[in-house]
Ligand binder design. Structure first.
Ligand SMILES: NC(=O)c1ccc[n+]([C@@H]2O[C@H](COP(=O)([O-])OP(=O)(O)OC[C@H]3O[C@@H](n4cnc5c(N)ncnc54)[C@H](OP(=O)(O)O)[C@@H]3O)[C@@H](O)[C@H]2O)c1
Length: 403
């Protein structure tokens, strides 16, 4: 029996993870579940999965939540705060940690799992984008088993020979005959929108992804192509690749989740219906395979698959992520933080969709980029970038303070 901590259990990835686990209750048991604001969902999770710990990000609503647990006759213990999340990620009783908190908030508990040598199913790409080399060094140092469950990186992982799947092994993919990684992207809901149309889009439109059902932040990132920029950085760190070896292909059907090109001219692709339970089940069971509850793919009904080049002029977030990775040091953390603040402002109606890259670029130009020599340095860069991004938003909003 594997004991699993799900960081971000109440989110889209968290719920999909619990669905897969429930299908295999003879193999996986929930040790701890964390939540931020959705305590109703956390209570339902506790009732269904009976974890040892329920962890709240803040103490807002904690007393009431404890009472509701007692009323339900549950013995689940309630803990509060980042420290408690870190304990749940590093406890000796825990075998697997699913890192599914959105954004920089997931960094510290994810690193706690890495530093304790756990199997980590990484969805929280922002943690890796921020700390890059520090994160991967810690994976190697502590013998953690890092399994990417971002669908694209999971696809790449699946297309690698087993010897190369050992991410702790420093042998380069070139030694395994890999020449390029083809990272697919749906292109989001605005793929064919003109610049003029992009000025008018609403948060509701941005969150309506054509193929995937996801949380609001990643949905906006998909629409702006920042998600692909973050994923490009994620792929470079995970697989030790130069950015030139990763090529983004828009593939609107989201059937091929990414591809690996080999020196002999072969391209291996991983395909499947767009359902995150496939990479989650893969990460939980690897190197075995288990039923994920996903509908089999019917290629006859799909008929055709299409591929396009991304347009970085209409979607500058992809370019900004690439530039940040090329700059190195704390630049990716700055871009990530500014993006989180800008997306939040867009979702709250404070800025337009097209202002998101403007806020990011201003934040990147304003701050000084330093060597990312410690996690503390990165967290400080994140803090300052959030401040710059808020200032940029206030300037755009004509001095009106956006919450
Ligand atoms: N959804 C997908 O299909 C998908 C695919 C690939 C990668 N990912 C990545 O997976 C991560 C999660 O995405 P998602 O779509 O599942 O997001 P989501 O549905 O918005 O869920 C986010 C989770 O993080 C928690 N959370 C939010 N702010 C927090 C804070 N300050 N402290 C602690 N916990 C906090 C939320 O708690 P409450 O709900 O209780 O507020 C929720 O459990 C992201 O990094 C995303 O890029 C997602």
């Amino acid at each position: 029996m594997k004991r699993v901590t799900v960081l971000g259990a109440t989110g889209s990835i968290g719920r999909s993870t619990l669905d897969v686990m429930a299908r295999h209750s003879d193999r996986y048991e929930l040790y701890a579940a964390t939540a931020h604001s959705n305590l109703d969902e956390l209570l339902s999770i506790c009732i269904k999965h009976r974890p040892k710990f329920a962890i709240l990000a803040t103490d807002a609503g904690a007393a009431d939540f404890k009472q509701r647990l007692r009323d339900s006759g549950l013995s689940t213990e309630v803990r509060v705060g980042v420290e408690a999340m870190c304990e749940a990620s590093s406890a000796k009783d825990v075998d697997v940690v699913v890192a599914a908190i959105v954004g920089a908030a997931g960094l510290t508990p994810t690193l706690a799992a890495v530093n304790s040598g756990k199997r980590i199913l990484l969805a929280n790409k922002e943690a890796l984008v921020m700390t890059g080399g520090l994160f991967m060094d810690a994976v190697r140092k502590h013998g953690a088993e890092l399994l990417p469950i971002d669908s694209e990186h999971n696809a790449i992982y699946q297309c690698l020979p087993e010897a190369a799947q050992r991410l702790n092994d420093s042998a380069s993919l070139a030694a395994h005959g890999v020449t390029r990684v083809l990272l697919t992207a749906s292109g989001g809901p605005f793929r064919h929108f003109s610049r003029e149309q992009l000025q008018q889009v609403t948060p509701e439109q941005a969150c309506k992804h054509p193929n995937w059902s996801m949380g609001r932040k990643i949905s906006v990132d998909s629409a702006s192509l920042m998600n692909k920029g973050l994923e490009l950085i994620e792929a470079c760190w995970l697989f030790d690749l130069a950015p030139g070896s990763v090529q983004v292909h828009l593939h609107p059907e989201s059937i091929i989740h990414s591809m690996v090109e080999y020196v002999d001219g072969s391209i291996l692709a991983q395909m499947g219906n767009p359902d995150m339970r496939t990479p989650i089940a893969y990460g939980l069971a690897w190197p075995e395979r288990v039923d994920a509850g996903v509908e089999p793919l019917d290629l006859f009904s799909i008929g055709k698959l299409h591929f396009e080049k991304p347009d970085k002029a209409r979607f500058p977030c992809l370019r900004l992520a690439e530039e940040a990775f090329a700059l190195g040091g704390t630049a990716p953390a700055v871009v990530n933080a500014a993006n989180e603040v800008a997306v939040d402002a867009f979702l709250q109606g404070g800025i337009r969709f097209v202002d998101i890259p403007v806020v990011i670029e201003k934040s990147l130009l304003k701050g000084s980029i330093v060597r990312a020599d410690s996690v503390e340095t990165v967290i400080e860069a994140d803090r300052v970038a959030r401040q710059y991004a808020s200032e940029a938003i206030n300037e755009l909003a004509g001095g009106v303070i956006v919450p």
